[in-house]
Design a protein around this ligand. Structure first.
Ligand code: F3S
Length: 401
């Protein structure tokens, strides 16, 4: 990979150990992937920051010096920074988690711990280059926003943040962003259907970029909302290894460039029928907890859940543990604070900075009811052996009473 004189100086260690290590990581990744050069990025998003997953490995972060070159955010950590004790996090875990957080903050990384950095004021523009880890955010940024990022890991996202650049290969290049396989969806979709669809698509397409054709495209009333696209992105990222998708007529690179894109399409076509999605809703286990907000809830979703609670609750409190996960920044608008207070009056807990999967606080349940296709994949793997069941948001709320 070609390096400029300045990049070579960093590589040789003339700007210190931290920048040398970061540059070595970027060069190694660039070389493996035949990147021609490093390109500047607008932002970085670093994952692997929960003490539950990183453990003592964070000591390495503590050794790093200097500050990041671009706006950088963090993925959810293992606890709510403010009410960790309330959700049963031990003091020992909280201390360790705060040390991890401090190590990142020392590098100039914003301590917004969320998987939806694009919802808290850092929405990238079409064509902007990024270095984001967190598969759900990568798929959303590439597919829905038209920004360009590869699926970074924690070390490569951090290295890119420290240098302000990333190797130019993969999804940074237009020719690698074309559809490769057609997916025809033969039924209307709403709410958690997008999580089920994403789960199926990720499983079926592997690393091929899908061009999704929705049967509902002709009727603007049933176009997917941004929240539904967020759930679709998360589920594709959970079961597949592809970093983007297109939806014909909807996502930004599936419109004007459609003809050019289709030139890479194979004959292969996947058809998804209503029955394929219905299988996700089989009521096989009795849930003992309800979790919404994977990825973190937007303010629109919080408002909708409040409306559902109001309609269903009629003054009653929920009879099951019920958690909603969101970004702290989203909860800070005055209007949102009022809605959250009303949600919590129903006995539902609104939790920030963390989520059901990356926190150790939620490992004592047998079966979780969720509207997220991503949780369907990760809960059985990472949450103390619990099972997960998919339900539409409305049904999640109905089952809570
Ligand atoms: Fe976000 Fe946690 Fe889901 S990081 S995408 S809420 S597993």
């Amino acid at each position: 990979m070609y390096l400029t004189k300045e990049e070579e100086r960093i590589y040789e260690g003339e700007e210190g150990w931290t920048r040398k290590k970061a540059m070595e990581i970027l060069v190694a990744i660039g070389d493996i992937n035949n990147a021609s050069e490093l390109i500047p990025i607008k932002s970085a998003h670093v994952s692997g920051v929960s003490y539950k997953t990183i453990g003592e490995a964070f000591e390495f972060i503590n050794r790093l010096e200097g500050t990041v070159e671009v706006k950088s955010t963090l993925n959810p950590i293992g606890m709510d920074i403010a009410k960790w004790a309330e959700i049963g996090i031990s003091k020992e875990f909280a201390n360790k988690q705060n040390e991890v957080l401090d190590a990142y903050k020392k590098l100039g990384i914003t301590a917004e711990c969320t998987c939806v950095p694009y919802l808290i004021g850092y929405e990238p523009e079409k064509g902007e280059h990024l270095a984001w880890a967190e598969s759900s955010a990568v798929l959303y940024a590439n597919s829905v926003l038209g920004a360009r990022t590869n699926m970074e890991g924690a070390p490569s996202a951090l290295a890119a943040a420290l240098i302000g650049k990333t190797p130019s290969y993969g999804l940074h290049q237009a020719e690698n962003r074309k559809s490769e396989i057609r997916v025809c969806v033969k039924c209307d979709l709403a709410d958690a259907d997008y999580g089920a669809l994403g789960f199926l698509i990720g499983d079926l397409v592997g690393d091929k970029i899908p061009l999704i054709e929705l049967s509902s495209f002709s009727s603007s009333a049933s176009l997917p909302s941004n929240d539904e696209l967020k759930y679709l992105s998360a589920a594709i990222g959970a079961t597949g290894s592809v970093g983007m998708y297109h939806i014909k007529g909807i996502t930004p690179e599936a419109g004007v460039e459609a003809e050019e894109m289709e030139s890479k399409l194979s004959e292969e076509k996947i058809e998804i029928e209503k029955d394929d999605l219905e299988e996700f809703y089989i009521e096989n286990n009795e849930p003992d907890v309800i979790a919404i907000g994977c990825p973190h809830c937007s303010s629109l979703e919080l408002t909708r859940i409040y409306e559902l609670l109001k309609a269903e609750g009629k003054g009653r409190k929920v009879r099951k543990d019920f958690f909603i996960f969101t970004a702290r920044a989203i909860t800070q608008h005055t209007q949102m604070q009022q809605i959250i207070e009303k949600i919590e009056n129903y006995g539902v807990k609104v939790i920030c900075d963390t989520c059901f999967v990356v926190s150790p606080a939620f490992e004592n349940y047998d079966c979780v009811l969720t509207n997220s296709g991503k949780m369907l994949r990760y809960v059985p793997l990472l949450c103390g052996g619990a099972k997960a069941r998919l339900c539409k948001s409305e049904e999640c709320v109905r089952k809570a009473f």
